[in-house]
Design a binder for this molecule. Structure first.
Ligand code: HEM
Length: 416
């Protein structure tokens, strides 16, 4: 382990060329990033041979898909089917009207102001995590510990005082979900019919069913009516969500589906972001020292608010930089709804376009540092590129992230 000023975080070495082989399929299943060639990082585009997929990390193409022509690039049908065991009829597994009304209805629950009550349980959970990690000499699985911490927060926020047993069951299902969803199903790689998925790979249906059963047990009328619990206001916001345009209201089944979906979507992503951040700072003393100084200047734990957290800009920068280096969602897919020219590339209706976020974050021409030293990166991470983030969901980014996509907006200091 190095504490040197200059530290090169590990990265996936892009191959010069991709050759068709059985090994390639194995690599695509286990770590798809390792099948992205150098040319993708350099030109912004790559079309894997024999597929109807276009990979891109080109700024213009991404802007066209997520902003200017979002209606021509709806959520990919492969993503929808991958997510549907978890989300069922909920937001992220829907498209068209079924997606739009839920998105509009739930938008108020995902604004920075609405999520502020998460701070108190997050601080409690972070304290527990810190104690667990202080146990000198005992190795800690940082991802598992971070995932436990995240689980506590989501439980406290969405489901209230669940028993230790409930949390244990949730975590067990979450671990299995992460294991199964971490590998691509060959049926999705080759765009085979949905019914081939169970025989060719994992579908995550088992752990997803467990999550639905557990949340159905916990999401009782009493939980929803528990006005004593100020923390559950996010749950109540979701339960009473109504689409302002059509008047469509959340119903109990959709509510459960969206809570299971949010628990699943938030658990692994946030735990990965946390785990990588901790891993990186553990290897870089100057960053640790600066973080400690910043933390020491913050008010007492119980007085932390969104406002006071704004006075910890370096901490935020470190987390963002960790997410640039290791994006928890390293790729995002869309489908061409019609024949369309995407930044000079002709697509047929039904072609898949994959935004290669991992490559985007490492493009030399967008980011001054491709495989940067942690020192330089932390100092410069405000120059970093990312996707247009839709933090409150009202922006034209349409379906882009509701949450913590590690970007500012669209221009780095160099380009603006
Ligand atoms: C570091 C943490 C996170 C990262 C990096 C992340 C990343 C993303 C990304 C990239 C998408 C867009 C997928 C697409 O458009 O195809 C997305 C969607 C979504 N995320 Fe997250 N996420 C994180 C945490 C969370 C949390 C904590 C929640 C909720 C508790 C959440 C809920 C959602 C939902 C509901 C969607 C679907 C939005 C839609 O389809 O309109 N995410 N996330």
């Amino acid at each position: 382990m190095s504490n040197d000023e200059l530290f090169i975080p590990p990265y996936v070495e892009a191959p010069e060329q991709i050759r068709l082989s059985p090994g390639l399929l194995k690599a695509a299943i286990n770590n798809t990033i390792s099948t992205w060639p150098k040319s993708l990082y350099e030109t912004g585009f790559y079309k894997p041979p024999g597929t109807r997929v276009l990979l891109t990390c080109d700024e213009g193409a991404i802007e066209q898909m997520l902003l200017r022509e979002a209606d021509r690039f709806p959520q990919s049908n492969l993503t929808l089917r991958i997510l549907s065991p978890v989300w069922r009829g909920g937001l992220a597994a829907q498209s068209g009207h079924a997606w739009r009304w839920q998105r509009r209805a739930m938008a108020p629950a995902f604004t920075p102001a609405a999520v502020e009550p998460v701070i108190a349980p997050a601080v409690r959970s972070a304290r527990k995590l810190a104690v667990r990690m202080q146990d000198d000499g005992v190795p800690v699985d940082v991802f598992a510990a971070a995932a436990d911490a995240v689980t506590d927060v989501v439980f406290d926020t969405f489901l209230g005082a669940a028993s230790a047993e409930g949390r244990k069951r949730f975590n067990a299902a979450g671990i299995e979900l992460t294991r199964q969803m971490g590998k691509l199903n060959p049926a999705d790689i080759f765009n085979l019919p949905n019914w081939t998925r169970p025989s060719l790979g994992m579908t995550a249906r088992g752990p997803a069913d467990d999550l639905h059963a557990l949340v159905a047990e916990l999401l009782t009328d009493e939980t929803l009516a528990d006005k004593q619990s100020g923390q559950l206001h996010l749950l109540r916001m979701l339960a009473s969500a109504v689409d302002p345009e059509t008047g469509t209201a959340m119903n109990p089944v959709r509510l459960r589906e969206n809570i299971v979906g949010a628990l699943a979507a938030g658990r692994e992503t946030t735990a990965l972001a946390l785990a990588w951040t901790l891993w990186l700072v553990a290897r870089h003393r100057p960053t640790r020292e600066r973080l400690a100084l910043e933390a020491a200047a913050l008010p007492a734990e119980e007085e932390l608010t969104a406002e006071t957290l704004r006075s910890a800009p370096f901490s935020l920068q470190v987390i963002r930089e960790a997410m640039r280096l290791y994006p928890p969602a390293p790729q995002i897919a869309r489908t061409a709804a019609e024949a369309v020219n995407l930044a000079g590339h002709e697509l047929r209706k039904g072609d898949q376009v994959v935004i290669a976020a991992y490559a985007l974050h490492r493009r030399e021409d967008y980011c001054p540092i491709r495989t940067p030293s942690i020192r330089t990166a932390f100092q410069q991470s405000d120059t970093m590129h990312g996707l247009p983030a839709c933090v409150t969901c009202r922006s034209a980014a349409g379906r882009a992230s509701t949450s913590a996509w590690p970007s500012r907006l669209w221009k780095c200091r160099r380009c603006s």
